[in-house]
Design a protein around this ligand. Structure first.
Ligand code: E4P
Length: 222
């Protein structure tokens, strides 16, 4: 088990910055994020992101019928080998997932809010499913409890579909996703940066630098 850290963004500068740390393994996007980043041509954006990241890059279908999603999935898959086709957990999404998966195209089944939806995504052959923890927390439900429940069910049932903890809103969500056994954790860049921050690290570094400087000055004065 080695949980992949993923960025939930379509902002190229954020992806480049996080990738430069050497710990970024995936990117998830959705229509809202692509629109927020102002990408007039999603194909160009996804190809660019896929060239920065070796791991899975999710691109969401915008059709709502099975045939439309299937066709979009084929197109997204042709953009780069590491593109995951995101299908929503609806009857049409399940049908499209089933067809795409049978053809060896990896699907990220999105908008998962219950264990049964996760079970259906596994049955349809999705490569991963995305429970939205933060959006459940927003309505006073325990989002991480859902992630934990899905991980447990997949372990007991020996489903190979991966669990992508999505809609993570703060660093404790990320820790909890790792603790309960999520395969991937996706978060906004703001949360990603918070993972590395600690006031004692800053304070300690400042002290080390000051002491080093002091030594240099003392040595130069001799
Ligand atoms: C994941 O794939 C989704 O794009 C995302 O995590 C949703 O997060 P939000 O609830 O913060 O919009």
């Amino acid at each position: 088990m080695d949980m992949i850290l993923s960025l939930d963004t379509a902002e190229i500068s954020e992806i480049e910055e996080a990738a430069s740390w050497g710990v970024l393994g995936s990117v998830t996007t959705n229509p809202t994020l692509i629109s927020k980043a102002g990408h007039a041509n999603p194909e160009v954006a996804i190809k660019k992101i896929s060239s920065i990241i070796d791991g899975p890059v999710s691109m969401e279908c915008v059709s709502t019928d099975a045939d439309g999603m299937y066709k979009e999935g084929l197109v997204y898959h042709s953009w780069a080998p590491n593109v995951l086709v995101k299908c929503p957990c609806t009857p049409a999404g399940l049908a499209a997932t089933h067809r795409l998966s049978r053809e060896g195209i990896k699907v990220n089944m999105t908008l998962i809010f219950s264990p049964n939806q996760a079970i259906l995504s596994a049955k349809a052959g999705a490569w991963c499913c995305s429970p939205f923890a933060g959006r459940l927390d927003d309505i006073s439900w325990d989002g991480l409890a859902l992630v934990a429940e899905i991980c447990e069910i997949f372990r007991v049932q020996e489903y190979t579909t991966k669990v992508l903890a999505a809609s993570l809103r703060h660093p404790v969500h990320v820790m909890d996703a790792a603790r309960v056994g999520a395969d991937i954790a996706t978060m906004p860049f703001k949360v990603f940066k918070m993972l590395v921050q600690h006031p004692l690290t800053d304070k300690g570094l400042e002290q080390f630098m000051a002491d080093w400087q002091h030594l240099q000055e003392a040595t130069a004065a001799k």
